[in-house]
Design a binder for this molecule. Structure first.
Ligand code: CUA
Length: 342
């Protein structure tokens, strides 16, 4: 009987051959994540992350030097010292004492010293006059408040470039962790405690942040954006957060505002200067200008906004916003109104 494809051993060998190729391709894909504009701690944009990446590279090059040295010694032993080599007993003992204990001790103490130096620098609090931002962790979004502004915003921090900004952190529910890899190391938000860190960006731009402590189903969709801008733009941003939200200009926007304030939206969300004063969900006074909807869940555009209003559970399952009983003719007005809030 002819062997079938299942029993033919050479066919089996052919099937297993692509594995190394697949593994190489997968590694390339993973490495591609490190390239370009990824929010990596090794692509620092601020003084805090520069210290962290400096320490990382120091450890990396020490590890490379140790690896090369060990490999060289091993190759030397395998290739050149095979067979009967007579050594006096005192020689290997001295070598083991120096290379096996003395050198590692010096390396570890040096690295520990650099670590302590950086830890002290990162823990130093900013000056008393530094701008202060309050960040409150919720499942699964970030409430952001600024000293000098009555209003709040969500999932977006604006900071003046080149200045150290104090960030006060607390949580409304469970443990979260505030992390902007390109600016600062992680800082946990602990229930019943107020913690403090700082941010300083050396160049203007947007830096993605992420909750770095598992906090439930939508932990991955608890992202935020830090926007570093000129001092004038920062001051204007804070001033806008102290003023009423933009008034509706068109009929659709006016109808949308009415539907928002009189409907179920206002029970959970607030919009400054209107009757909507809910405190459960994010303040929506500038929702039209935000970088995303649902703390990084989907882009902020009319289509995704409509989908979110109608049933956010299909977009970010488990979040606290129930599906909304919105009429089909009301939805475009609500979208127009919320998009106009910038
Ligand atoms: Cu919040 Cu993870």
């Amino acid at each position: 009987m002819e062997p079938t494809a299942h029993t033919n051993p050479s066919a089996n060998r052919r099937r297993t051959r692509p594995r190394p190729v697949a593994a190489a391709l997968l590694s390339l894909c993973l490495l591609a994540g490190c390239a370009g504009d990824s929010p990596s701690a090794l692509n620092p944009g601020g003084t805090g992350a520069t210290r962290i990446s400096g320490l990382w590279w120091l450890l990396f090059w020490i590890a490379v030097a140790v690896f090369v040295e060990v490999m060289a010694l091993m190759t030397w032993a395998l290739v050149f010292r095979r067979g009967s080599v007579r050594v006096r007993h005192s020689q290997p003992m001295r070598f083991v004492a120096v290379a096996g204990a003395g050198l590692p001790f010096i390396i570890l103490v040096t690295v520990y010293g650099f670590g302590l130096r950086d830890l002290a620098a990162l823990g130093k609090s900013p000056g008393r006059d530094a701008p202060t931002i309050e960040v409150i962790g919720h499942r699964w979004w970030w409430e952001v408040r600024y000293q000098g502004a009555s209003g709040a915003t969500a999932n977006e921090l604006h900071i003046p470039v080149g200045e150290r900004v104090r960030v006060r952190l607390r949580t409304d529910d469970v443990l979260h962790s505030f992390w902007v890899p390109q600016l600062m190391p992680k800082m946990d938000l602990i229930a019943g405690e107020e913690r403090q860190t700082w941010l300083e960006a050396q160049r203007a731009g947007s830096y993605r942040g992420q909750c770095a402590e598992y906090c439930g189903t939508q932990h991955a969709h608890m992202a935020f954006m830090v926007v570093a801008e000129s001092r004038a733009d920062f001051d204007a941003w804070v001033a806008r957060l102290d003023a009423p939200a933009r008034a509706p200009q068109t009929d659709a926007e006016r109808r949308g505002q009415q539907a928002f304030v009189q409907g179920t939206c206002a029970a959970c969300h607030s919009i400054r200067g209107t009757g909507a004063q809910g405190k459960v969900g994010p303040d929506l006074s500038n929702v039209g200008s935000r970088w995303s909807i649902g703390a990084g869940a989907v882009p902020n555009d009319p289509g995704h906004l409509g989908g979110w209003i109608a049933n956010s559970q299909t977009v970010k399952p488990g979040n606290y916003m129930p599906p909304q009983p919105v009429n089909a003719d009301q939805l475009p007005d609500l979208i127009a109104y919320l998009r106009s809030l910038k």
